[in-house]
Design a protein around this ligand. Structure first.
Ligand SMILES: [Zn+2]
Length: 294
């Protein structure tokens, strides 16, 4: 039987379900809030989309474990923040569990699909270490000296472009209306990237402690979300801009030639992050949701 396998989380054998890499509530919200209520071009439901984000990964028990944290995140953070409603200010340990469950799913997915060709041998060892620690953490086994930090960045509408150079023309559309995943690395750092509407989650595989992040790190027990001074190192902002520009190409608003120039510049700068070759597939999927009316 095709779906009789070992669960990637608890390692028990059984009938696995096709698990969502990015939780279903994100897609539901996008569909509900699109102008037409349908996916772009009336394609609904789209086969590629479903296949692109789902794979046999978890048993029923582990799916249930994840769904507890997903419901809390959806009700307390995702829906209020994406709908500009009042955000609940405090969180407890479900937030770190949720964030790690996302980073673990993204990284597991990229590993299974062999999308980590841009990683060197050292980073690949770090990938296995991160997956192992994240898995233990999700299964509530104690992890000492845990150093695979999770950072969350909620991005409000961008109205002031003065302090942001190199801003893509579709940045607000990308931030608000897209779902995106990737696993990226530079010379010194590697991380998982997941964006669920306006909420960005970075899961560190290898972190350079000299880079300054403000107020983005998710605490292991509890914390607050409001009145923060979020700050992300410029390389990470550049990566987000890069992804937004990539979306423009996929939507045919930028010619392949224009894109090649951007891509070449980007790749020749060794300090910047490289995403996987999978970018196109993911963005093609997310394109379905972008009806330019956000
Ligand atoms: Zn399981």
């Amino acid at each position: 039987m095709d779906n009789f396998r070992r669960c990637a989380l608890c390692h028990n054998e059984g009938i696995l379900k096709k698990s969502h890499i990015i939780p279903k509530f994100t897609f539901k919200w996008l569909k509900k809030t699109s102008i037409t209520g349908f996916f772009r071009n009336g394609i609904s439901p789209n086969r590629r989309l479903q296949d692109g984000y789902k794979t046999y990964l978890l048993c029923g028990n582990c799916e249930e474990l994840f769904s507890k944290w997903e419901t809390l995140f959806n009700n307390k953070i995702f829906l209020p923040f994406n709908d500009n409603a009042p955000l609940q200010n405090s969180y407890e340990d479900w937030l770190i569990k949720f964030a790690i469950s996302i980073s673990w799913r993204v990284l597991t997915y990229f590993k299974i699909k062999n999308y980590l060709n841009h990683f060197n041998q050292d980073f690949l060892i770090s990938v296995d270490n991160a997956l192992n620690d994240w898995r233990k953490f999700l299964l509530e086994k104690t992890v000492q000296d845990y150093d695979f930090e999770q950072h969350m960045l909620p991005v409000p509408p961008i109205t002031n472009t003065q302090n942001l150079s190199n801003l893509p023309s579709n940045i607000n559309q990308y931030v608000k209306r897209s779902i995106d995943i990737d696993v990226a690395c530079s010379n010194s750092e590697a991380y998982t990237y997941a964006k669920l509407g306006r909420i960005f989650v970075f899961g560190f595989i290898k972190k350079d402690s000299s880079k300054v992040w403000n107020d983005t790190k998710i605490n292991n027990d509890k914390g607050t979300l409001l009145n923060k001074h979020y700050k992300v190192p410029q390389e990470y902002m550049d990566f987000i801009f890069y992804k937004a520009k990539r979306m423009l190409t996929v939507q045919n608003k930028m010619s392949e030639k224009q894109w090649n120039c951007i891509d070449k510049d980007y790749k020749s700068n060794s300090g910047l992050f490289k995403g996987s070759n999978m970018i196109e597939a993911i963005n093609l999927d997310e394109e379905l949701f972008n009806n330019n009316k956000f």
